[in-house]
Write a protein of this length. Structure first.
Length: 138
C-alpha cells in the first residue's frame, strides 16, 4: 500500500473510531452505563478494575481500545509491514480520532453558544413587544 493510501486509510478509519469513542463517552444513549462505571471507578480500591471502569468515561482513553479493535478487524499498518506498523498505526489513529473529537466538540460548543444568543435575543424582543403593545405576540 502506498503512503498516500495509508494516509487516506488513517484519516478515514479515524472517523468511525472518533464516532464510537464520542458516543460511548458523551452521548445520552450511554449515560446510565457511563455513570455506573464512573461511580464504580471512584469507589473501587483495586487499581486494575478502577482503571478499566474509568476508561468508559474518557474519550481519549476509550479511543485506544476502539483503535485496538479496529486494528484487529482491518489489519491496518502504517509505514511498516510488521508489528511496528501496528504500533505506529495505533498511536496515529488515536491522535486522528481525538483530533476529530476535538473539532466536533468545538463545533457543538459554537452551535450551543449561537442557540443561547438567539434565545436571549428572542426573549429580549418578546419583552420589547410586551412593553410596546401591552400584550405578547400582537
Amino acid at each position: 500500500m502506498s503512503i498516500g493510501e495509508q494516509l487516506a486509510f488513517l484519516f478515514i478509519l479515524g472517523l468511525p473510531i472518533a464516532s464510537i469513542a464520542w458516543t460511548v463517552t458523551h452521548e445520552e444513549v450511554f449515560r446510565e452505563p457511563r455513570e455506573w462505571c464512573k461511580r464504580r471507578s471512584e469507589r473501587c480500591k483495586r487499581l486494575v478494575p478502577r482503571k478499566f471502569l474509568y476508561v468508559f468515561t474518557c474519550e481519549y482513553c476509550f479511543s485506544h481500545y476502539v483503535v485496538i479493535i479496529f486494528l484487529i478487524i482491518t489489519r491496518f499498518r502504517l509505514l511498516y509491514d510488521d508489528w511496528r506498523g501496528y504500533l505506529i498505526a495505533l498511536f496515529a489513529l488515536v491522535w486522528v480520532a481525538n483530533l476529530y473529537m476535538n473539532i466536533y466538540a468545538r463545533v457543538r460548543l459554537d452551535i450551543k453558544k449561537e442557540r443561547v444568543e438567539i434565545e436571549k435575543q428572542e426573549k429580549s424582543m418578546d419583552e420589547e413587544r410586551v412593553k410596546s403593545s401591552g400584550t405578547p405576540y400582537s
